[in-house]
Design a protein around this ligand. Structure first.
Ligand SMILES: [Cu+2]
Length: 175
C-alpha cells in the first residue's frame, strides 16, 4: 500500500502527456481538412453550350459557343489549346477605324461573370485556331481545352460546321 499511491499518479501523468502529444500531432491534420464550404475551381463551374468550329481546309479557323459560369465568382479564361491546331489564341473583334472589323488577341483573356454567360460568336469574341493540323470537314469533331486563371482546365468537343462568315482580318495580316 505504500507504493500504489506514488506510482498511480506517475502513470496518469505519463498517460496525460502521451495524450497531449497525440492531440498535438493530430491538430495540424485536423486543420488541413477541407472546410465545410470548399472553394470550387473555375473548371467545375463553367459549361459550354452550342460549341462549334468553322470547317476549313487549312490555315486558320475559329471556334464558338456560349460559356456559362454557375459559380459565385467571375472566372478568367487565359488560354486555349487544341490538337487540331498548332496554336490557339483568344480573340476579340474590334472596329479597326478604317470601316472594317479586325480581330486581335484579347488582353487579359475572356472573363465570364459570376452566374453569367460569355458568348463566343462570329464577329465577336472567339477561339482562334491557327495552323490546322488537318482539314476540318463539317461533321468532324475536335476537342478544345480552356485554361483558367486558377490553373484548372476544361475540355469540350466542338463539331465542325460549314459557315461563310467569320472572315475578319487578323491584325497584322495582309488583306
Ligand atoms: Cu481570330
Amino acid at each position: 500500500m505504500n507504493t500504489t499511491p506514488t506510482r498511480r499518479p506517475a502513470a496518469l501523468l505519463a498517460l496525460a502527456a502521451a495524450a497531449a502529444l497525440v492531440l498535438a500531432g493530430c491538430a495540424p491534420t485536423a486543420d488541413a481538412e477541407p472546410a465545410a464550404v470548399a472553394p470550387t475551381t473555375a473548371a467545375e463551374n463553367v459549361t459550354i453550350a452550342d460549341a462549334w468550329v468553322k470547317a476549313a481546309d487549312e490555315g486558320m479557323t475559329a471556334a464558338f459557343g456560349e460559356l456559362t459560369n454557375t459559380g459565385d465568382t467571375e472566372v478568367s479564361v487565359l488560354a486555349s489549346t487544341s490538337a487540331a491546331a498548332t496554336m490557339t489564341e483568344l480573340h476579340e473583334t474590334v472596329d479597326d477605324g478604317s470601316g472594317s472589323m479586325s480581330m486581335q488577341e484579347k488582353e487579359g483573356g475572356f472573363v465570364v461573370p459570376a452566374g453569367g454567360t460569355l458568348v463566343l460568336e462570329p464577329g465577336g469574341n472567339h477561339l482562334m485556331l491557327m495552323g490546322l493540323t488537318a482539314p476540318l470537314v463539317a461533321g468532324d469533331e475536335i476537342e478544345i481545352t480552356l485554361s483558367f486563371s486558377d490553373g484548372s482546365e476544361f475540355t469540350f468537343a466542338a463539331p465542325a460546321k460549314d459557315f461563310s462568315g467569320a472572315n475578319e482580318t487578323y491584325v497584322g495580316e495582309e488583306d
